[in-house]
Design a protein around this ligand. Structure first.
Ligand code: NAI
Length: 346
């Protein structure tokens, strides 16, 4: 050591090494709707996540089988299954992150809004329980219509006096996966080199991918120019209709489950990393927002120890994207208002 080196340096190194070898903090994740098409593979992926120490699986049907099955995997998370409403409190208690894929999925010919009547009630009752048993948890809302279920959750939490706008997220990660995948294929680029923010909401034209901001290597920048306006228009439409593409292909057997699960696990992992203090964790999500005049809006969100660190701006939009933004506002506004009205009237 050079002269004048502080005597604390070696112990600082020891402390650093000590922390580096510590396991990540204890984190409990609860999945509500854990035995469903999304819930089952999501239970698997969360069981594989080393940031999870306890995994609570709750559903009104089929939970014991899923919990027993997943619990045999030799990873860190300790798994418990909860099978009836009386056990919901136990499932939720102590949760850091609650993921909600409970409810019915679409069938061909249905819009996400057609699910409202059933799913709104389910979300309302689950959020009432969250406000009672784990009011500080981060909530990842997957149940559709997300444009309405997130406002419902916010109203339920407000009424209970537990609302924290930094901890309520509509999961829109699947829209981002689709935008990236479709764009990469069209541009002839590796999917891993493409990143496309998706803003607005999570239904039809309210889904607005910002292809003008696709981030990639310099190789990508040069090829980006080769995508015509028609290409971008078609990619936008395909991203907006991505869910319907899957619903039709499944021909009555539900909507996206596997790609959704991958998106949901990425988002939950980002929330956990944020809680644990990892830097620079940014994902798109439908959250309370003042980026536009709408009270909820999807955009890039920086995640931190308290949930949202920052709702990020939209960046520079192309003329086509500006037009898309104006066009989506009326529908998104009415879906948000529908959720708020339901929560306050029912
Ligand atoms: P699914 O029908 O296969 O599973 C739903 C599960 O929820 C079932 O196991 C059911 O027993 C359970 N459930 C129903 N009521 C419940 C309650 N009160 N408490 C706890 N669990 C309850 O449906 P799937 O395919 O898993 O879809 C679930 C939801 O996710 C749907 O609303 C669907 O529209 C939505 N979704 C959202 C996406 C997104 O990007 N945010 C993408 C795809 C689907």
């Amino acid at each position: 050591k050079g002269s004048g080196s502080p005597s604390s340096a070696p112990s600082a190194r020891i402390i650093l090494r000590y922390y580096a070898s510590q396991p990540p903090p204890e984190r409990k994740v609860a999945i509500l709707g854990a035995a469903g098409g999304i819930g089952q593979p999501l239970s698997l992926l969360m069981k594989l996540n080393p940031l999870v120490s306890r995994l609570a699986l709750y559903d009104i049907a089929g939970t014991p089988g899923v919990a027993a099955d997943v619990s045999h995997i030799n990873t860190r998370a300790e798994v418990s299954g909860y099978a009836s409403e009386e056990q919901l409190g136990q499932a939720l208690e102590g949760s850091d992150v609650v993921i909600i894929p409970a409810g019915v999925p679409r069938k061909p010919g249905m819009t996400r809004d057609d699910l409202f009547n059933i799913n709104a009630g389910i979300v309302k009752s689950l959020c009432t329980a969250i406000s009672k048993y784990c009011p500080d948890a981060i909530v990842n809302m997957i149940s559709n219509p997300v444009n309405s279920t997130v406002p419902i959750a916010a109203e339920v939490f407000k009424k209970a006096g537990t609302y924290n706008e930094k901890k309520l997220f509509g999961v829109t990660t699947l829209d981002v996966l689709r935008a990236k995948t479709f764009y990469a294929a069209k541009a002839g680029l590796p999917a891993a080199d493409v990143n496309v923010p998706v803003i607005g909401g999570h239904a039809g034209i309210t889904i607005l991918p910002l292809f003008s901001q696709a981030i990639s290597s310099s190789d990508f920048q040069s090829r980006q120019e080769s995508l015509s306006h028609e290409d971008v228009r078609a990619l936008t439409k395909r991203t907006q209709d991505g869910g319907t593409e899957v619903v039709e292909a499944k021909a009555g057997k539900g909507s996206a489950t596997l790609s959704m699960t991958y998106g949901g696990s990425i988002f939950a992992d980002a929330c956990l990393k944020g809680l644990n203090g990892a830097p620079d964790i940014v994902e798109c999500s439908f959250v309370q927002s003042s980026i536009t005049e709408l009270p909820f809006f999807a955009s890039k969100v920086k995640l931190g120890r308290n949930g949202i660190d920052e709702v990020q701006g939209l960046g520079t939009l192309s003329d086509f994207e500006k037009e898309g933004l104006e066009n989506l506002k009326a529908e998104l506004k009415s879906s948000i208002e529908k959720g708020i009205k339901f929560a306050n009237e029912s």
